[in-house]
Structures are given as structure tokens and as C-alpha cells.
Write a protein that binds this ligand. Structure first.
Ligand SMILES: C[S@@+](CC[C@H](N)C(=O)[O-])C[C@H]1O[C@@H](n2cnc3c(N)ncnc32)[C@H](O)[C@@H]1O
Length: 279
């Protein structure tokens, strides 16, 4: 087992190296937001591999270790990204995960972002993918999440909402519905996150609002944390970045351990961010 004084800590270390110190089956949930491997992010950590196959081997090597350290009822979320520069990377990753591990594919989640980027001669990119795997096909934690999601099968009539049950319309008490596999209700970065993190005023001309180039909104990690773990469970964040998923763990009373190879992120972003949380 992992000792109490080793959890709720961030380690400045390569995640593979760190995982080799962990026993089998000690983690309830892993949220992995790895480098894209294609240099899509203009950071040296996104350009560590000679080619796509080398990257896929590296990533799936990590996934095999994730499988080893996950409890039998554990869950893995793995971020991916598809575009013209890497049309097949995610497919190769999925194929190799199926070949090299016994993880069960549960769903493909698309996070629909607010901020588009790209292109004059193609449809704008506004999505990231999240592969959702469990270690056991049937026995895993899943707490259905609800949100304010309006869809055609819901009708509003007067002030009330109705859903179809068999061939009748049934009034529903509120307008919260089970979250679907397209997350289109989470802003890329909420102003609240940014205000909390930056101790300075910013204007419309401020170049980058966040301190880390690929900072995810806390709410995105929180959704996976609440759905796939319970209070006091232990969550591993292998690629901590700016620490958004760690913040999600802390405010939802989960235990966590995390790694990132960049000391500057850990010291200048993650630790101050964690220290400023009031729970
Ligand atoms: C896409 S970012 C994660 C962003 C994070 N989800 C957030 O919201 O801030 C990937 C992170 O992985 C780190 N990284 C790259 N290679 C690593 C490795 N081998 N072990 C641990 N961390 C690594 C990078 O320094 C970078 O901060």
C-alpha cells in the first residue's frame, strides 16, 4: 500500500519512473492528459519523439503501467486530439491499447471547446477527445452526472419540462439531465479560474491568460472525478501541467498523487495554486 505521507503530493519526475515505485492495484482513477507527441503544442515536452510510432509506443507503455497500478474496479481517462497533422494517432493508440492491455473501452467523450483555432481552409477545430476505459468490464465506479442539457427529446410546454416515457409525455421536476458523451457545457477556461490564478489585472491585449499553455478547466477534471471516484479514493494525475485536475481532486475531497517533469510548472504554478485553495 502507499503510505499516507506519500499521497496528496506532486512529484517532479517522469511518470514511468514514478509508477515503477508504486505497487500493483493501488489507484482508483487516472486522468492522463499527455503531450500530443506531434509538436502541436509549441513546447519542448511536446516534441520528445522522433515520429508517431515512437510516440504511440511510449504512450501505450504508460497505459500498460496505468493498468498495472489501477485497482480491479479502477478507471482511466486518456486525452487525445485528432487533426490534419495527426489523423491516425488516436486510432493507433486505441489499437495498441487493445493489443497490449486488457482495459475495456467504455466510451469516446468529445469535449467541445469555446475557442476555435486553425484555419481559413478547413472547419475550425473546437474539440478534444477523451478515451474512457475501465479495468473491469462491469465492476467499476460510475456516478451518473447531471447537468443543464437541453435536447430535442425534452419538451418545454408552458413553464414545465416533459420527457417521453413509452408513448406518453411525463413532466420532469427540474431541467437537469444525465450528461452525454459530448461535453459542450464547460468553458475552456473560466474567468474565475484565471482570476484565482493570476494575481494581476489583465486586459483584452494580455497575450496568454493562463500560465501553462494547455491548462484545462477545473470543471472538466471534476466531471470525471465525480463520475468515476468516491470521496477519499486515490487518484493519479501523471501529467499534471498547471494542476487543474489536482485542484478538482482537492475540492472534491479525493486523495491524489501527481507527477510532472517540469520543475518550473510544479514550483511556480501548481504549488501556489494548491496553496490558495480554501476547502
Ligand atoms: C497537456 S499538459 C497537461 C495539462 C494539464 N491537464 C492542465 O490542465 O494543466 C502535459 C504535461 O505533461 C508533462 N510531461 C511531459 N512528459 C512527461 C513525462 N514523461 N512524465 C511526466 N510529465 C510529463 C509536461 O511538462 C506538461 O506539463
Amino acid at each position: 500500500m502507499i503510505k499516507i505521507n506519500e499521497v496528496n503530493k506532486i512529484y517532479i519526475q517522469d511518470c514511468m519512473e514514478f509508477m515503477s515505485t508504486l505497487p500493483n492495484e493501488c489507484i482508483d482513477l487516472i486522468i492522463a492528459d499527455p503531450p500530443s507527441g506531434n509538436g502541436i503544442v509549441d513546447e519542448e515536452w511536446d516534441k520528445q519523439w522522433e515520429n508517431e510510432d515512437e510516440y504511440v509506443d511510449w504512450l501505450v507503455g504508460n497505459v500498460a503501467e496505468f493498468e498495472r497500478i489501477l485497482k480491479p474496479n479502477g478507471t482511466l481517462y486518456l486525452y487525445q486530439w485528432i487533426g490534419e497533422k495527426n489523423p491516425l494517432t488516436m486510432a493507433k493508440v486505441q489499437l495498441k491499447i487493445a493489443e497490449k492491455t486488457g482495459l475495456h473501452f467504455k466510451n469516446l467523450i468529445t469535449w467541445r471547446k469555446d475557442r476555435g483555432f486553425g484555419v481559413q481552409n478547413n472547419y475550425m477545430y473546437v474539440r478534444e477527445e477523451i478515451l474512457f476505459y475501465t479495468k473491469d468490464k462491469k465492476n467499476y465506479t460510475f456516478n451518473v452526472q447531471y447537468g443543464n442539457i437541453k435536447r430535442n427529446y425534452i419538451r418545454k410546454c408552458g413553464k414545465s419540462y416533459y420527457k417521453r416515457a413509452g408513448n406518453v409525455w411525463v413532466e420532469i421536476e427540474n431541467d437537469e439531465f444525465p450528461i452525454q458523451n459530448i461535453f459542450d457545457d464547460i468553458n475552456e477556461k473560466t474567468y474565475e479560474d484565471i482570476y484565482n490564478q493570476r494575481q494581476e489585472e489583465y486586459t483584452l491585449d494580455t497575450k496568454s491568460l493562463s500560465l501553462h499553455s494547455t491548462q484545462k478547466p477545473v470543471q472538466l477534471g471534476e466531471r470525471m472525478i465525480k463520475a468515476s471516484s468516491n470521496e477519499n479514493d486515490l487518484i493519479y494525475i501523471p501529467f499534471a501541467g498547471s494542476g487543474s485536475e489536482i485542484v478538482g481532486c482537492i475540492i472534491n475531497k479525493r486523495n491524489w498523487i501527481a507527477t510532472d517533469i517540469k520543475k518550473i510548472y510544479v514550483e511556480n504554478i501548481i504549488k501556489p495554486r494548491i496553496n490558495s485553495i480554501n476547502v
